[in-house]
Design a protein around this ligand. Sequence first.
Ligand code: PMP
Length: 375
Amino acid sequence: DIGSTTSPWDELPIRDELRGKSPYGAPQLDVPVRLNTNENPYPLPEPLVERIAERVREAARGLNRYPDRDAVELRTELARYLTRTTGHEVVRENVWAANGSNEVIQQLLQAFAGPGRIAIGFEPSYSMHGLISRGTGTGWISGPRGDDFTIDTATATAAVAEHRPDVVFITSPNNPTGTAVAAETVLALYEAAQAAKPSLVVVDEAYVEFSHRPSLLPLIEGRPNLVISRTMSKAFGAAGLRLGYLAAHPAVVDAVQLVRLPYHLSAVTQATALAALEHTDTLLGYVEQLKTERDRLVTELRAIGYEVTDSDANFVQFGRFDGEDGAHKAWQRILDQGVLVRDNGVPGRLRVTAGTPEENDAFLDAVRALKKEQH
Ligand code: PMP
């Protein structure tokens, strides 16, 4: 459309609420040290790669058929993993799985929100909660967080009482700040949400395996509208697999089946996830190393003179970078030294994912140099 001053977007019969919006997009740049998307830096161990190949070969023999629509074996193994790691017994009927926890969240919003309904999250938090809300026609309310990035129980419950949302998102540990949420706060928000009218409370525990605190999963007992969302993208080092899951009352699992696409979870995905679950102990060993590295990043960043938010995740929020566009300029200076971190748009702050010890050393060298420049 050369010569035209109107963009094709102007003519596109797209939904009004999507017009002019940007898609989710962390830059995927080819630099030596990538610490920007909270991935696990360790490739899957070779014995697991072998086991995946074996299981996928088996699955390939049946690819002329649709996969197990209810993913029974996978949900059984996920339930076993949750029971073993939280000490709270859950069974297959409590568990649902989809292509990444993003799809789990989308299915929850399709079933429990949508046009005429609203969802709330306490920001800054995971931006996809708001974006998937918008994509499903759900209204979005940006709830408050304190200056220290924690959720103040009184302020947050007041926001829930005021807006009477249909879905409440609580991210613990929170992305991008790393902040864990106390069980008492979750319970207070759950009570506030039920007082207004029955509504769904989703605790997004994508990073919980890295936390100093235990999972909030046991809270689902006796709370039929509480959902715990999880993923194999972080602790299992399998972001490329696309496997997320939830634990909740069996009625929630029944409800999402009304909106899931038939056979949404391919046989190859199910086979790969099952292979990964056989190697849980090895993978959780990497998690321990990453927790140590995360704690080292916090300590060293503070020693250099940065302000650092306490972290229960596999990443660390640090700053402050004052002045106009301070965080973005710092992001660029760190990138100039071959290290990609994330500018999430939190004023004056950046986020770095814990990588291998060598990657973290490269990052620390870069921010040490940056600190010297700023003095
Ligand atoms: N929840 C949170 C808080 C996240 O940070 C992410 C990924 N960045 C997700 C959910 C989605 O992860 P996935 O779809 O890979 O499971």
